[in-house]
Design a protein around this ligand. Sequence first.
Ligand SMILES: [Zn+2]
Length: 89
Amino acid sequence: MATQVLSRKQRGEQIQPQDIEQINPETFWVKSQSGRGGYSVTLFRGKWTCDCADFKFRQIECKHIHAVLQQTSQEPNWLYLLGLWEAPL
Ligand SMILES: [Zn+2]
């Protein structure tokens, strides 16, 4: 029987906005979908990082990063305000 494997993007879409908390302009806390705890997703020098195992081992955007990106794309203004978006050199 074929198993439906969701992409990381799709899994990120399953994370609810209320499970994402903005700690500071560059750090978000994403509640774990599988139980207690959570992961911090940080924008560091223009790159998103996460402290979950998926990101650590694979160095690709995990579902938490996707979730934060989806969340923040609904309000793109804060990136502009911070100068992180198309920041002039
Ligand atoms: Zn992650």
